[in-house]
Design a protein around this ligand. Sequence first.
Ligand SMILES: Cc1cc2nc3c(=O)[nH]c(=O)nc-3n(C[C@H](O)[C@H](O)[C@H](O)COP(=O)(O)OP(=O)(O)OC[C@H]3O[C@@H](n4cnc5c(N)ncnc54)[C@H](O)[C@@H]3O)c2cc1C
Length: 292
Amino acid sequence: MDLASQFPSLVSKQVPLGELSCFRVGGSAEMFARPRTREDLVALIKASNAAGIPWKVLGGGSNILIPDEGVAGLVIELSDPTFQKVSIDKTRATLGGGLSLADAISTTCQAGLSGLEVLVGVPGTVGGAICKNAGGKSGDIGPFVHSVELVDSTGSIETRPRSLLRFGYRSSNLDDGIIISAAVDLLHENPDDLVRRIKKIWIERQGHQPDPTENAGYVFRNPRGMSAAELIDKAGLRGTKVGKAELSHRDPCYIVALPGASSRDVRQLIELVLARVEEETTFQLELQVDLW
Ligand SMILES: Cc1cc2nc3c(=O)[nH]c(=O)nc-3n(C[C@H](O)[C@H](O)[C@H](O)COP(=O)(O)OP(=O)(O)OC[C@H]3O[C@@H](n4cnc5c(N)ncnc54)[C@H](O)[C@@H]3O)c2cc1C
């Protein structure tokens, strides 16, 4: 079935995805939708399931690599304001799944609530961050999540309480649905102390991630108890290039897609790093980025 004829005002065909991801490489989505309401979203999932069409949800595109040949099926983006709302009740903030993390952090911090500042500088959306349990040296988002409202794989809206949520290292058990909102429990904090801490976390991050003007992705994660960057350095790979894809000089866990890079360049560099690190150090690196 053709979803574009069934939902003519919602679904477009052959929409380029590269620009919607931080690598800025890759082809088009066979079908693409930005639902305007929860009912739209539910209808899209149910119709896709009924027609056997695979679907994926795109957040800020900061943790995915789109293949050059594009993505089959339907890609859904929660960029409508319906999915970007914030409400605060005492120390609990309810955040839309499509809200940018930067907006979530600034709104909660302005309300004198601490917790999300551990994510300062992490690109992407609330939904993507919770799905990947994003975080850094100062902590992860998972411990703050009280409950998650999602459209599950069958197209039903459900609320999952904390007791059903599992967060691991850059992973969660929330990869089977679409997070439409999440309630997070934060702490009151003196806004001046909070701003000081945010500045400190921000400054620490600057030297460790690619320049914001570069198209890049955070590709390799630390194997248990090890530093992926150290393993890559032991294999002498920092700065290695394949085509127009380069291992970042600042932190080799990132790959920078230089102008003219293809998704294939990035994939080949990933494979080279995985193979060479294993050869040189006997350790197997794991991938942080999702290969779509
Ligand atoms: C420069 C740079 C720095 C980074 N630094 C860090 C860091 O310090 N710490 C860290 O943890 N990560 C880091 N990352 C990785 C990335 O920013 C995080 O994983 C981020 O949380 C992904 O969010 P996103 O919205 O961009 O998700 P996307 O990349 O769009 O999607 C990632 C996955 O989440 C799923 N997803 C997205 N939205 C939803 C939703 N609403 N419901 C269900 N599933 C969803 C997607 O289907 C996909 O599988 C960095 C990336 C870059 C490019």
